[in-house]
Design a protein around this ligand. Structure first.
Ligand code: TRH
Length: 378
């Protein structure tokens, strides 16, 4: 049944909030034929991952999703049937009041951050009555296991992934102005936070026994690398050669293109929430730079994922993954041995990632779970 959805997205920092909301909005509209309005308080940030966005427009329709600028002074609006408050962004008071006026209360969902921690299944789906009004919001936790809300995944993802072959990969690289693969080369994509030991890793890679191509979209990592080699900061394009290592700094990509970059590389360094999930769909070995939280709260989250993900992986490979991820998140120093042990697990990791993905594919995706939940409520 076609229902109206309002998704509210406040961009706290970075691109993850809007990255997740945009994928969800598209899936609801395209795969579930829902009528979707996406309220975003920062269109400039949005335009980074979707250049079609006009950051000056208060209202626009892109790919069948209505995109509305969420201004401080909220405009009078008829609430939708289903309201998603992404990452506890807090709905405008005026909108909540309007929800109360509706003949039938909208289904109000707080979409939470992704975590592999065991408590997620306990909290997923819990209702939280509003302290003042007769409205209830439900906590929806994305996750990797049954009993959670699932992960964002397009219905045609597997078919598109399977159709992505050497020829399409070469065509993608050409389109992006990236070089042809050298014999024996490994290709790595790099997206991370300030906390990552980037300079150290550059040194490690430069001592590799095989040629390495490091692809770095504009941002924190690109700036640090540019500084390391005395290049001007914030460059959209730069080529750096250092021993066995070639570094390509490239413009920040449109989100759909970034997905293809992850499919094209042998190893992916990802961060946050959305690129972390996309790296899993890419099947290639990946290294997660987790969003750092106060008092090291992120370590429980990282280790909970490691425990879940490395189950069934041969012990040697599991330790190599843990050492690499801990090193990349600065639990200990990252050195050549840690990287080489991790890189040597390429084949078992590919096999393991296929099994991991197959397990995840058995579960409903996040958008389908939301549609089902909302349908049951209305
Ligand atoms: O940008 P992030 O650090 O976002 C984070 C996380 O969501 C984190 O959980 C949250 O607390 C914090 O924001 C506020 O990392 P993430 O989640 O991987 O989002 C990045 C998005 O940017 C993702 O949708 C992929 C996209 N992207 C591009 O579109 N083009 C690019 O070139 C790159 C590198 C990324």
């Amino acid at each position: 049944m076609r229902r109206q959805w309002d998704i509210f997205c406040a961009v706290i920092d970075n691109f993850g909030d809007i990255g997740v909301c945009w994928r969800l909005a598209k899936q609801l509209a395209h795969e579930h034929d829902q009528s979707v309005r996406l309220w975003v308080d920062n269109l400039v940030s949005f335009a980074n991952i979707l250049p079609d966005v006009n950051s000056q427009a208060r209202y626009q329709i892109i790919q069948c999703v209505e995109i509305c600028y969420w201004q401080q002074l909220f405009v009078e609006t008829e609430p939708a049937d289903v309201v998603i408050e992404a990452f506890a962004c807090e709905l405008p008071e005026k909108y909540v009041m309007a929800m109360l006026q509706k003949e039938r209360n909208p289904v109000w969902i707080n979409l939470e951050y992704l975590s592999a921690e065991p408590w997620v299944t306990e909290y997923h789906g819990l209702p939280s009555p509003h302290p003042r009004f007769s409205l209830t919001k439900t906590f929806f936790f994305p996750g990797f296991v049954p009993g959670s809300g699932g992960l964002l995944r397009e219905k045609d993802f597997l078919a598109r992934h399977d159709a992505f072959n050497q020829a399409t990969e070469r065509e993608f690289f050409q389109r992006k102005g990236l070089p042809e693969r050298k014999a024996g080369e490994i290709r790595i994509s790099l997206f991370c936070y300030q906390s990552a030991p980037i300079e150290n890793f550059i040194q490690v890679l430069s001592e590799s026994t095989v040629p390495v191509l490091l692809i770095v979209p504009q941002g924190i990592a690109a700036d640090r690398i540019a500084a390391l080699f005395n290049h001007a900061p914030c460059q959209a394009k730069a080529l750096i050669n250092y021993k066995r290592l070639t570094i390509e700094i490239i413009p920040f990509m449109e989100q759909t293109e970034y997905d293809l970059l992850l499919w094209s590389c042998d190893f992916n360094f990802v961060r946050g929430e959305d690129s972390f999930v996309r790296a899993q769909w890419a099947i290639k070995p990946f290294i997660w730079n987790i969003y750092p939280q106060h008092e090291g709260a992120h370590w429980d989250k990282l280790d909970a994922f490691l425990t879940l993900y490395t189950t069934g992986l041969p012990v040697k490979a599991a330790s190599a993954v843990q050492a690499m991820w801990h090193g990349w998140n600065e639990k200990h120093e990252l050195n050549n041995l840690i990287w080489e042990s991790f890189a040597a697990c390429y084949e078992p990791l590919i096999q393991h990632n296929k099994n991991w993905t197959n397990q995840l594919l058995k579960r409903e995706d996040l958008a389908s779970n939301l549609v089902q939940f909302a349908g049951n409520q209305l």
